[in-house]
Design a protein around this ligand. Structure first.
Ligand code: UGA
Length: 430
């Protein structure tokens, strides 16, 4: 028999955690305050798109290990309680701890002695130490267990994670360990504040890799090197690795932008100027301006130009548009007077657009320019020759993810602009 687990929050991390733990045989109840979300879950529908999650959820429901309830329905808490509520960024960049605080208040008042509270939400380093001290007099244990899964591959990431991090006292860690018995990955035991810092440092380092290769891409454009080849060669060094070296219009999503800003705020708060991290954030902001600047250079005024933006989510295989480069680019283009038509393989709402197209063909017909913002397979694999031929004369294709074939696009008569992929003839490089 597995552990009895309550998960606070049917958001991204909470639902994936709950579903994956229940599929491994633990008896899981997922709580949320949003009754419409719970009603959809009860009918087997997840509130967001994540490959494989709905199927796994149905399996767990039919084996009887997964249930849902509203927060108010639970009188007393016991066993393992995982906290996976949101910690969105406030205007200062600091994490908003309102939801975490509400959960901890409820647990302090209603958890049986011996309950272990496991923090999955990303909370600023130093938070857990205070929470553990607050809960200890009630006999409640505390552990930090940061989550490293990615949207779009969350289910695989859960089962095939490369590490499990548990921060806390030896007693609380021992209580949480059985949850991960089915995971074949090294388990790092550490202090609560170190576990919290591991989460921020991991995301900040990955963001640094992205901004670093984006800086190299700018240099590649200046000297006539191709960043794809440079990244491949650099990534062959095992000490560096090939992951997260894809140059483009920068990172988005609900994690990297928020967590880098929160870490920067933390450094400032402690009187420390984290130069490197600030540069990472600045470079990312600059990358998003590249397509707008490039189109302005090509057309002069963007007034009444039709621009298609393809890939509205912050990455492929998700319906999440939080901090998606497409939304910022769309509002900048519209501020310049352009008509902006968006297309995404999974329908999403993006108010910054002039309109949403039903198909790639609809988005590109008669467009003066197209910006690839996110490299969905459907978009990258399309017949770009005929798409380009349906565009206006002398159209511009800005490949914000270096995912398209420059020759095919130039061959069809459009101007191709990538990020760190200079034109062959400009430098006579090949
Ligand atoms: C990220 C981390 O990868 C996860 O480990 C972490 O658990 C998660 O944040 C979180 O803190 O919850 P996620 O935001 O889902 O996951 O997506 P990523 O695959 O990391 O991509 C983030 C952004 O970086 C995307 O906009 C992507 O287009 C961009 N990116 C990624 C690049 O621009 N270049 C790359 O080489 C890789």
């Amino acid at each position: 028999m597995g552990e009895r687990v309550t998960v606070f929050g049917a958001g991204y991390v909470g639902l994936v955690t709950g579903v994956c733990l229940s599929s491994a045989g633990h008896e899981v109840k997922v709580l949320d305050v949003d009754s419409s979300k719970l009603a959809a879950l009860d009918q087997g529908r997840t509130p967001f798109f994540e490959p494989g999650l709905e199927d796994l959820m149905r399996e767990s429901r039919s084996q009887g290990t997964l249930s849902f309830a509203t927060v108010g329905d639970i009188g007393r808490f016991s066993g393992i309680v995982m906290v996976a509520v949101g910690t969105p960024a406030t205007a200062t960049g600091w994490a908003d701890m309102t939801y975490v605080r509400e959960v901890i208040d409820a647990l302090e008042a209603n958890a049986e002695p011996g309950t272990v509270v496991v923090m999955k939400s990303t909370v600023p380093p130093g938070t857990g130490r205070n929470l553990a001290a607050r809960l200890a007099p009630h006999g409640i244990l505390y552990a930090s267990n940061p989550e490293f899964l990615r949207e779009g591959t969350a289910v695989t990431d859960w089962f095939e994670t490369n590490r499990v991090v548990l921060g806390g006292s030896p007693e609380s860690i021992e209580r949480v360990k059985p949850l991960y018995e089915h995971i074949d990955a090294p388990l790092l035991e550490c202090e609560v504040t170190s576990a919290e810092m591991i989460k921020y440092a991991s995301n900040a380092f990955l963001a640094t890799k992205i901004s670093f290769i984006n800086e190299i891409a700018v240099l590649c454009d200046l000297v006539g090197a191709t960043v794809d080849q440079v990244a491949e060669g650099v990534g062959m060094d095992e000490r560096i690795g090939p992951a997260f070296l894809k140059a483009g219009i920068g990172y988005g999503g609900s994690c990297f932008p928020k967590d880098t800003r929160a870490l920067d705020f933390l450094a400032n708060f402690h009187g420390y100027d984290f130069h490197l991290l600030r540069a990472v954030i600045d470079v990312n902001a600059r990358q998003r301006l590249l397509p707008v600047r490039a189109l302005r250079e090509q057309f002069g005024s963007l007034e009444d130009r039709r621009v298609a933006i393809l890939g509205l989510t912050f990455k492929p295989d998700t319906d999440d548009t939080r901090e998606a480069p497409a939304s910022e680019i769309a509002s900048l283009l519209r501020a310049e007077g352009a008509e902006v038509v968006g297309y995404n393989p999974i329908p999403v709402v993006m108010p910054e657009l002039s309109r949403t197209a039903d198909s790639l063909e609809d988005a590109l017909a008669n467009a003066h320019a197209v910006i690839l913002a996110t490299e969905w397979d459907e978009i990258v694999g399309a017949d770009w020759g005929s798409l380009v031929r349906s565009m206006a004369d002398r159209a511009v294709v800005f490949d914000g993810r270096n995912a398209l074939d420059p020759q095919a696009i130039r061959g069809a008569g459009a101007k191709y602009i990538g990020v760190g992929r200079p034109e062959d003839d400009r430098h006579g490089a090949r």
